[in-house]
Ligand binder design. Sequence first.
Ligand code: APR
Ligand code: PHB
Length: 391
Amino acid sequence: MRTRVAIIGAGPAGLLLSQLLDQEGIDSVLVERQSAEYVQSRIRAGILESASVDLLTKAGVGERLAAEGMEHRGIYLQWPGERHHLDFVDLVGRSVTVYGQTEVTKDLMAAREAAGRPAFYEASEVTPHDIDGDHPHVTFVDSDGSPQRIDADVIVGCDGYHGPSRQAMPQSGLRVHERTYPFAWLGVLADVPPSTDELIYAWHHDGFAMHSMRSHRISRFYLQVSPDEDIAEWSDDRIWEALSTRLGAGDPDWTLHTGPVLEKSVLPMRSFVTSPMRHGKLFLAGDAAHIVPPTGAKGLNLALADVALLTRALTAWLHEGREDLVDQYSDTALRRVWRCTHFSWWMTMMLHRRDEEFDAQLQLSQLRRQVASESAAAELADNYAGVPIGY
Ligand code: APR
Ligand code: PHB
């Protein structure tokens, strides 16, 4: 089989890339290790920056997002005794939208199917070849067990942290920047209407807690736990008690509604950046190149921004033979990646409990500053609502 762009991985990055390329009249083929059902059922992030909403709308998948996405003006920041609203619209003129990654994925998959663009799900042994040469191609074994080969002009690795694309680059030329954190999140999806109109980020002596949501009926919560936490220790009752203590500390008149827990899991927290994001005819986008801790809600937005940049670059190359934008892709993308890496690290370090009381006092002072100083609040708002895609 021959195509112009072979895309490895059908998460939000791969799916959006194939959609944007299609709008430019550029053929692509997706190769994904998991089944379509599995990809659609993964519970992931839930916040879209305004630029991500615009991008998905321009990509032609904004209809359900406009109807079902919940636009939020800002967030609540709290610590024991105080809860404050930061209004991003007042501060920087931009909002965010609550719309699950699962829904973004479903919309993009529906658009791909409607356009009849080819995708191979349940592919194994997916391997990029000849990324330095004139015949880049991807080989794999399809879901029927037959060997396949896709010849392309370029290969894009949208295959997440564990995928084969980053491994296919010459390791001597790659720089990896990494930080692991001494905390993890216990993520909880619950069948209960949110007890708040907008997200609550809570500092607490027992550890960070967050109240997010997926819809008017489904809530999403996170609790800071230790990276080696045994989930078996967390009964539903213990989860609700911890959430109620930590989230309730900001406002004595507030009540947390409880309900059935639908899913719970422990999520590690890590920062990871690979540089460069291109070698020869192989480009990386999204989690394949970088991971952020979830505190700033940046992972999904960064993945979408990467493929927006890459689409522009590949279009100039494949349509006009112009190589300037593909040559700049890695540097341009990495500038935004590092901005979001810093913001996610900063939010993480401000909100998570550490052992020393000295750290706690610094964090509380910083939190008070975020709400007392308009310029401090605007800096948080500008980063959270999202810097421009070509930042
Ligand atoms: N072959 C083919 N596909 C693969 C392989 C492989 N060997 N390994 C991984 N994949 C697929 C995964 O199954 C997954 O569907 O690549 C896809 C990568 O998708 P995501 O992990 O969702 O990454 P990305 O599209 O970059 O989106 C980033 O996902 O993890 C979250 O917080 C992150 O929200 C952010 C978003
Ligand atoms: C989520 O809803 O999953 C979510 C929201 C905000 C974050 C992280 C995760 O900062």
